[in-house]
Ligand binder design. Sequence first.
Ligand code: HEM
Ligand code: SF4
Length: 580
Amino acid sequence: MTKEYITNELSRNERIKEASAYLRGTIKEGLREEITGGIIEDDAQLVKFHGMYLQDDRDLRAERGRKKMEKAFSFMIRVRVPGGVVTPAQWLNMDSIARIYGNGTMRLTTRQTFQLHGIIKSNLKATMREIDAALLTTIAACGDVNRNVLCNPNPYQSRAHAASLALARALSDHLLPRTPAYREIWLDGERIAGGEKEVVEPIYGKTYLPRKFKIVIAVPPSNDVDVYAHDLGFIAILDPKQGIVGYNVTVGGGMAMTYGEPQTYPRTADVLGYCQPDQAIAVAEAVVTVQRDWGDRVDRKHARLKYTIEDRGLDAFGAEVEQRSGVKLAPARPFSFTSTGDRYGWIKSDEIDQSGNMRAHLTLFIENGRLKDVPGGAQWLTGLRQIAEVHDGDFRLTANQNLIIANVPTDKREVIGALVAEHGLTTDASALRRNAMACVALPTCGLALAESERYLPDLISALEQRLAAHGLAEEDIVIRMTGCPNGCSRPYVAEIGLVGKGPGRYNLYLGAAFDGSRLSKLYAENLDHAAIIANLDPIFAAYQGERRDGERFGDYTIRAGFVAATGNGADFHSDTGARR
Ligand code: HEM
Ligand code: SF4
């Protein structure tokens, strides 16, 4: 049974998409409008599909408001990098674009891409052209479409990495929008005669998807991509001799919720079944088209796949996917995850390359993924630029906002190691810090209710002291912060989740699993800095005193009764569910 919508009930974004002539809108005209640094609201929705967000510097809002000035508008541009793998040449291009057109920093994101901030309207086209010249694109990096496809950047299992990267790229290509609008607007391509009538989006149609859609590929034992937090996931099933023999398919994960609206909630994905590698694309396309047709186009807050699956049931959803794809899914195969984190420092490849060289990989720890030259501190941009100039392997962005300098031949190890040391780049951090992630939040994100990237490092310094006092300094505990409940750094699958509630105030979530397979639950609300520490300190003490052998912090907080064991559903959300 497909839900029938009365046209005037559709959400505003549905009408914007419908009227946009396949994502054109009036973006092109708006770029020529010099009187404002912004663009009109409908186009601001459409440019997301082209990989950018209209933002303003929120640090400057009040002052500019007093002076009756327009907001300090600029754009955030997000690149699409399936599997997070780029060449040294592409790295150099991104570095140059960030310095010339951006705010002199680059951000490596929790979804294995680059984000550039602070690009003003008059520089947008030049930036987009340079990204294109670097053989990269930003199409569908944001918007109601399939976004960047993630895969484990795995330096340990070369063959599994090659196979999962190939699938990530194939999925990404297969699900790309086909509209020529991107080329027309940003790269001055000619509009094809006949325009929108000629264009067919074979997978998406005119109105694309009801909401964003996110796909990842996980390669056990690592769940670094957080497969349970995504709409569609493929968990590789490995055979020691044959490599990846197939995939367990997961559906219906998602993070975002809205405060005060308990019908919105984070949800971990369900395992639907198992498919062969050559069936993965057909399965993915079917999942996408079922969501296209069954997803809610009236209420955008109820439009993600997770709600479609809650409403229709996993069995009905799976049956429809099987029918559309022609693939009969087999029962899921056993697998096990051990963690969601990265392993830092050098490791040797498990394979010798074609020229008989033993390659190695260096994972760098980058706090919150922010690359910049810190005055008097680490010179991230300069250091990595110099490394890119000598490196002939690849760079791999991790889903933990870190970077792997991958496939370094033996004779380059020394020079790269020396550049890392010379520029103060870090290959490790304290146990808590290396398991931490923050979203961007202020000053650029228009949705932020509280600081995140600019605050988490200080909070961690304070928490490190408390952990050390309890003899827990070496304990791997996953901590994540966001500036609002949308969940960009996936805080609801972190053992300690802090979610912005208002300026300087956070809700504290506890009880998620170390391997990312279980949601946390609200423990305390509206905490300031001192209250966060005051709430966590006794739990750290109790954990040190009472934990069982090998027991993870998240598991302990449930066993000890600090939070209840969590299921999926609205009960997670309740603002009145806090213990404190
Ligand atoms: C309704 C839900 C969401 C909305 C409206 C939203 C919106 C945004 C916005 C506006 C930004 C730009 C912030 C900036 O760079 O200044 C952002 C960043 C980002 N979002 Fe989301 N987001 C949502 C949920 C999510 C979720 C669930 C994920 C991941 C599973 C995610 C992944 C990211 C990533 C990777 C970034 C880049 C910065 C980072 O690494 O934190 N977003 N999001
Ligand atoms: S979690 Fe909220 S505050 Fe943080 S980047 Fe995402 S939308 Fe912005």
